[in-house]
Design a protein around this ligand. Structure first.
Ligand code: DAH
Length: 343
């Protein structure tokens, strides 16, 4: 029996050397010898009854010693394997902090969306609310209510896509003014951004473009309020040192009407290529809301007055980002769009 015990010891040592390469294989080996039912050492205990009674105590002691030895050996082995596996895991998960970082391509908003958001921020901070109208309008909202009756020559100012004699693709966001004034009593302070359509196509015009209409109606609104708001607008968009200049103009829905210039942000007003030597750049049309338009919407023109302005978003963006062809904004060439960002 002693021989058998010695043999088991050797088998354990050999087994460890040959097959214990992981915690799992070490565990299997441990089971082979130490499992309480099927293990070889437990098997020795069952031999007890074949041992002469006077030798039993000694045999039992030796088996227990062997068992204890084996348990220690396997516990130690398990620790070793655990350490080995942990080390391998650390090794495989190691991060080389000196490696160059992976470059992630991050997109940016389309320049028109950026410009639109900036305008909304600027006017939003002055208390304007957003009204988004519809792109299909009828003749009344796009023209007649804005004091441009049928056969009025001002209709030729905008080459219109008619869908039927009655319906058309809106040529201006000014139509939003009428919807708002029909549905809301003064004080009114709205901003109406959106797509507009005109049969027009060259380097600075596209059949579809975007505008942002502004409308304020309240008691005692004057051209001074307009000038004050537009000064804030140009300073935020084109720089702190810019200002505006109002020139007389004509729009049927405003009286008086003005064309608004911004002082050239490229040369500071001295005269350069961008401002064609004048020191000023035309940016938008505006005016005091024509009394007829207020009345068309049921607003008392004796009590209330209003101001309105219409900003071309593409034009504002082209000036700000130095883009000379409006098509660049619509071709979606990622190489171009990537360069046009404030971020
Ligand atoms: N609707 C005009 C256009 O598309 C722009 C405009 C001019 C809007 C003067 C206004 C305004 O509200 O007062 O050309």
């Amino acid at each position: 029996m002693n021989e058998r015990m010695e043999q088991i010891k050797q088998e354990i040592l050999k087994g460890i050397e040959e097959s214990a390469t992981s915690r799992a294989t070490a565990f299997e080996l441990r089971k082979k010898f130490l499992d309480s039912k099927t293990g070889e050492i437990s098997g020795l205990m069952k031999e007890m009854r074949n041992i002469a009674p006077e030798e039993r105590a000694d045999f039992g002691k030796k088996v227990n010693e062997l068992k204890e030895w084996a348990m220690n050996v396997f516990t130690e082995l398990d620790e070793k394997m655990k350490e080995k596996e942990l080390k391998a895991r650390y090794e495989s998960e190691k991060i080389d902090v000196t490696m160059p970082a992976k470059e992630f391509e991050s997109g940016n908003l389309h320049p028109i969306t950026q410009m639109r958001n900036q305008l909304i921020d600027v006017f939003g901070s002055m208390g304007f609310e957003i009204y988004e109208g519809t792109e299909i309008e009828n003749d009344y909202y796009n023209f007649t209510a804005l004091n441009i009756p049928k056969d009025h020559p001002a209709r030729d100012m905008q080459d219109t896509f008619f869908l039927s004699p009655e319906f058309l693709l809106r040529t201006q966001t000014s139509s939003g003014q009428i919807h708002v004034m029909e549905n809301k009593k003064p004080p009114i302070k709205i901003l109406s951004p959106g797509k507009v359509f005109r049969s027009d196509d060259d380097a600075t015009h596209s059949p579809m473009f975007t505008q942002m209409e502004g409308l304020v109606v309240d008691e005692k609104i004057t051209l001074c309020d307009l000038k004050g708001m537009l000064d804030v607008f140009v300073q935020k968009i084109y720089g702190e040192n810019t200002t505006t200049r109002l020139r007389p103009s004509y729009f049927p829905f405003t009286e008086p009407s003005v064309e608004v210039d911004v002082s050239c942000f490229e040369c500071g007003g001295k005269g350069c290529k961008l401002c064609k030597g004048t020191g000023w750049i035309e940016i938008l049309g505006a005016g005091v809301v024509n009394k007829k338009v207020l009345e068309n919407c049921g607003i008392d023109s004796e009590k209330y007055s209003g101001l309105a302005f219409g900003i071309g978003i593409e034009r504002t963006a082209m000036l700000k980002y130095g883009i000379n062809n409006i098509k660049l904004l619509f071709e979606s060439d990622v190489k171009v769009l990537k360069q046009i960002s404030d971020n």
